[in-house]
Write a protein that binds this ligand. Structure first.
Ligand code: ATP
Length: 216
């Protein structure tokens, strides 16, 4: 039987996208021999609204991803009304790719530790594998309920359509969008934390440049 190439997704606010997201997604693509889609979130229920609106975040992502085909953008959460629950995104992807192709939800190790607070979190494993982007040496405490649920689901490779947890060791890059926004707000230029293509068109950066508070 021909091997079905896994499809992995990395969701996030991407406000703005940076090399931590991109390198993590890329290393996951190589480790799993997968295609990866970056899935920008519409209205993260637990966070303040993003600085850049959806179209602006997508434009930056497009610039960041230009020139390669392995990481793509999937805007289904932006195209859908209401809050974006990951379980709904996975269900819609599963309907698109059919029952057999491996689907992998990529999450940072910090996000994985809090998985038991996600909407219908146990259903995530019916729909997809979970690929945990781990940074060497970092450990995050999991709730007992989650630890018990995943205890027998650990795998070293993605096999079958869904249901396991696979650790994916990635190069640690201590980059966060929060720090990048703070850098813009301070009037600095956070170059080399984000792809240089993002700096090639000033219009792409306008929402972040506007964070600078004028001197009184
Ligand atoms: P913010 O600082 O605004 O909270 P962020 O930089 O953490 O943003 P998100 O858009 O919230 O970015 O992250 C999307 C996904 O990317 C999450 O699963 C997160 O764990 C992962 N991620 C974020 N930064 C990194 C990084 N430096 N290395 C690896 N994964 C990362």
């Amino acid at each position: 039987m021909t091997r079905l190439r896994p499809l992995a997704i990395l969701g996030g606010t991407f406000d703005p996208v940076h090399h931590g997201h991109l390198r993590g997604a890329w290393e996951a693509a190589e480790a799993l021999d997968a295609d990866v889609r970056m899935v920008p979130a519409r209205t993260p229920p637990h966070r303040p609204p993003p600085v850049a609106d959806a179209a602006e975040r997508v434009a930056l992502l497009r610039a960041a991803l230009a020139g390669q085909a392995r990481l793509a953008i999937d805007t289904r959460e932006l195209d859908r009304e209401g809050p974006s629950f990951t379980v709904d995104t996975l269900a819609s992807l599963r309907a698109e790719i059919g029952p057999d192709r491996p689907l992998v939800l990529l999450v940072g190790a910090d996000a994985f530790a809090g998985l038991a607070s996600w909407h219908q979190w146990q259903r995530l494993f019916d729909l997809a594998h979970v690929g945990v982007l781990t940074r060497p040496g970092s450990a995050h405490a999991m709730a007992d309920e989650l630890a018990a649920f995943v205890r027998h689901r650990h795998a070293t490779r993605v096999d079958g359509p869904a249901g396991t947890v696979v650790d994916i060791a990635i190069t640690p890059l201590d980059i966060a969008a929060t720090a990048i926004r703070e850098s813009f707000a301070a009037g600095h230029e956070p170059r080399f934390l984000m792809p240089s293509a993002c700096f090639a068109d000033e219009a792409l950066l306008a929402p972040y440049r506007a964070l600078v508070t004028p001197a009184p």
